[in-house]
Design a binder for this molecule. Sequence first.
Ligand code: MN
Length: 212
Amino acid sequence: MRLMDDLFPVALPMGTSHLKNRINSALQCELFNATQLVAKSSEFSHPTTKSGGAYSAKITNCGAMGWWSDAEGYRYTENDPRSGNPWPGMPKLFLKSLKPALYGTSAEGFEPDACLINHYAKSARMGLHQDKDEADFSHPIITISLGATADFLIGGEKRSDPPQLIIVESGDIVIMGGKSRMRFHSIRKIYPGSSPLANLDGRISLTFRKAL
Ligand code: MN
């Protein structure tokens, strides 16, 4: 006998969409390769918090703006603070892949100016946080997952609100917009060995934003 939860899965909050397997496996490989090209100009590294703690994920950016955190705090910058050079341009493939994937969704027509690329090795996580360094919260945050499966938790607008689990796999897209835009969220764990991509052991997320 099936459990009630199989028949009636718990609904996601308004403004959150989980689009499963939205990016096909060939395109997942190409997107991963494009992240490696971005990393040749702006390498992945562990950002730090203002107080000096290091994130367990490594990050880099592409696009007109990039998100960074170090002793100066969280912010978007036009240049990679490590080199002083502009962030690498957003690969055409990113926008070409994103656009059709969003047809028919609440985020159709979204035009990001920033893509924060997170790399999670098998033991990496991301603590509970809100995305609030962008200028206009009416724009959504869109994430494409590549590689290993992960537990993505989405809570409420208060840090103490109980979170809901979304298991994200390679090729999935998560949209957080509208009433979900300011929800706290985290990456609780990566499932080691679950990546379907030959050259990617951990997980990479492409998180598209409109920073300005
Ligand atoms: Mn976030």
